[in-house]
Design a protein around this ligand. Sequence first.
Ligand code: GUN
Length: 283
Amino acid sequence: MSAQIIYGKQISDSIREELKVEAESLKQKGVTPGLVVIIVGADPASQVYVRNKAKACEQLGYYSEVVELPADTTQERLLGLIQQYNGNNAIHGILVQLPLPKHIEEKTIIDAIAVEKDVDGFHPQSVGNLMIGDDALLPCTPHGVIELLKRTGNHPAGKHAVVIGRSNIVGKPVAMLLLHENATVTICHSRTPNIVELARQADILVVGVGVPKMVKQDWVKPGAVVIDVGINRMDNGKLCGDVDYDDVVDVAGWITPVPGGVGPMTITMLMANTLKSATRTLR
Ligand code: GUN
């Protein structure tokens, strides 16, 4: 039997409808959610992301600013700009597009963003809040994974979730969120010896490693939910995930395609964070 496909675009669209309604009601109370996206240099992939973020703001009726800086912008100039937006009441979310040019220290920049405006969820204090289970702005892609699970009725509570990958932006936060949802969580990585055996025990398998088509049919328990966070470009120019979709689709119970699975959720959860941050200013 073939897996049920988790169409992230459809789920993302329905969340955006909800956000639009909430944003409208917030505007009635005098607060328009505002996001600034700062991009340094002219990386084409980053430019596409930035454009899509601005488009999403427009679609939901948010205020948005895009600041495009030349590749030779100094760290001091960028820090100065962040300070300025930290104190700008029209802006509730600050996103500095990564990667940054080599002469700028990513950590210094992320640390400078006011934690209440950290809509990426990358600031150490946001990471700490997530760890504790405090009300945090959650990192967008991991949060999107949880929403995909919940909105397809695949609630993590009581399930064995296996996360493959331990990056700070996917593996670690996804594992922590799954734990908060009362899953039993196993984290696997490149040094895990019995990775196939562990993967095959998963009720929910989340993969984010950046290795094209790594997960094959024999890694997946029949009926498991397979969430593929990978996006890789193949030699023929097409995109593929970290899961060998064609191989796994016949054994999984649910599966996310690439593209069109997790991807569309990231910007939507950024919009959710911006709204959350804006809503908090009413308190
Ligand atoms: N570059 C690619 N993805 C992301 C993201 O989620 N946030 C930021 N700030 N930069 C990125």
